[in-house]
Design a protein around this ligand. Structure first.
Ligand code: ATP
Length: 452
């Protein structure tokens, strides 16, 4: 008898070592050897990006397989062993969790739990109750907070919008050394794969974004609209070091799955990611660190919004806003601290209405058509050129051209969160998924020909 088995894993790594997706890649090989059949691509699910205890991108993974009943126990043992050996268990903050669930259909309550884990803060107990109710099995190491993410990954079936990421991994001896990749080949690939891949490079700083910086096993990750696209993009790169393996994940990255529309500012809560409308009630100001802050309000409440330094030229758009402009802001909500009020950290902004910008200027000379100079408070004006005086003249209102227009603005890709939908994906949103996975991982170093 063959049974469907869903395996969720989270919280295995630290900034020092490891990566939950790498654990998935090792387990994929093991499951293949046990003749497991993959029902879906492995999934990489990004959860609430505002969770304070996340390591990096708050990602959890799920593998969905069909396996012979005789081999289920082996797969469970393999999973626990691989997680144990490859997790950074010495790290104070690493709390691995694994969830196994048998079933043709994912319970609705798992999906709700998953949605909540993307948008809110949840408790481990909520996860454990569901595990018990649906006769799933949870394993944990240490405090086991990872059970939250593991169950959330099982609950997210990605039937609506989704993207793909091909992640390739480094051989052991190269980890911790600079990654050897020809940058120019990434720019070429980005051009060739336009519309099919996203966030490969940052044109503002002319940097490549597909390679991480840390000592983790990831060599690079290419994000795109289909498994074929990311694989094609991978082959276009000039990689100058040996690759241990690669895997294509189906993900919720670049889908805005974390954001939810809130009706009023007084409903905005800490650690949520919100979309909310308001009118500027305080002009943008720059604060130390070159961050830009402004305030919006609706009938009941006001809230600060921040565009941070890494958002680069996006801040020029923000700086051009003035009191009275109507905007829709998108972002994660930072809780209020002793010195800083609750703030929406901007991920995007939609400018809905720009009000006319009016300045008071000195009147214009009848003869020279130039602005006159003031002769002192309520003493009138005098033309500097011809000397004409106008004792009764008053300042005039002048409408200044606004240097921005209405529309949606998003910071450059280097400052985007994993979940943030980039401009290039608008219009490409998927509404269903009915494929089966094929050829989604490999160990062969398909770029060896480029090695020097
Ligand atoms: P990486 O991206 O490198 O895999 P990470 O950023 O995913 O690391 P984790 O080490 O997985 O970070 O830590 C996140 C922890 O927070 C996990 O234990 C996960 O179960 C838990 N978690 C995730 N989302 C929520 C949430 N919404 N509420 C409460 N806990 C959460």
């Amino acid at each position: 008898m063959w049974l469907p088995l869903h395996i969720g894993i989270d919280d295995t790594d630290s900034t020092r070592m490891g990566c939950t997706t790498y654990i998935a890649s090792l387990l994929i090989e093991k499951i293949t050897k046990r003749d497991g059949v993959f029902l879906d691509y492995p999934t990489l699910i990004r959860l609430n990006p505002n969770v304070p205890w996340k390591t990096r991108g708050n990602g959890a993974i799920c593998l969905r397989i069909r396996i012979h009943a005789d081999r289920i126990d082996h797969v469970i043992e393999d999973t626990i062993e691989i997680v144990k050996v490859n997790s950074d268990l010495d790290n104070k903050k690493t709390d691995p969790g694994i969830v196994f669930f048998w079933g043709e259909r994912i319970p609705r309550e798992f999906s709700y739990f998953s949605l909540k884990t993307k948008q809110d803060i949840v408790k481990k107990d909520e996860a454990l109750k569901l595990v018990k109710k649906y006769k799933a099995k949870a394993f944990s190491f240490k405090y086991g907070r990872g059970i939250i993410g593991a169950l959330a990954a099982v609950g997210e079936t990605l039937t609506a919008d989704h993207t793909y990421e091909l992640i390739s991994y480094r051989i052991k001896r190269n980890r911790g050394t600079p990654r050897k990749l020809d940058d120019a080949s990434v720019f070429r690939m980005d051009k060739e794969m336009k519309g099919l891949t996203f966030n490969n490079v940052d044109y503002e700083k002319r940097g490549i974004l597909i390679t991480p910086r840390g000592p983790d096993p990831i060599f690079l990750g290419i994000r795109g609209e289909s498994a074929d696209a990311v694989k094609r993009a991978f082959r276009l790169l000039k990689i100058q070091e040996e690759i241990e393996r690669w895997v294509i994940f189906r993900t919720n990255q670049g889908t805005d799955a974390h954001l939810r529309t809130i009706k009023n500012i007084n409903l905005v809560q800490s650690y949520h990611s919100v979309i909310v409308n308001g009118t500027l009630t305080r002009n943008p100001i720059s604060i130390p660190g070159r961050h830009v802050i402004f305030t919006i309000a609706d009938e009941n409440k006001s809230i600060d919004c921040a565009a941070y330094e890494p958002t680069g030229k996006f801040r020029n758009i923000i700086r051009a806003l003035i009191i009275g402009d109507i905007v829709q802001v998108y972002g994660g909500v930072r809780p209020r601290s002793e010195k800083i009020p609750m703030t929406i950290n901007l991920e995007k902004i939609k400018i809905i209405r720009l009000i006319p910008k009016i300045l008071m200027r000195n009147p214009i000379c009848k003869f020279c058509k130039k602005h006159m100079g003031s002769m002192g408070k309520e003493k009138g004006f005098r033309c500097k050129k011809c000397g004409a005086r106008e004792r009764k003249a008053k300042k005039i209102q002048v409408q200044i051209k606004r240097n921005i227009s209405t529309g949606l603005y998003i910071p450059p890709p280097r400052a985007n969160r994993h979940l943030t939908k980039p401009l290039s994906r608008y219009g490409l949103e998927k509404t269903f998924y009915n494929n089966s996975p094929s050829d989604f991982w490999g160990k062969e170093s398909i770029h060896l020909s480029f090695l020097s």
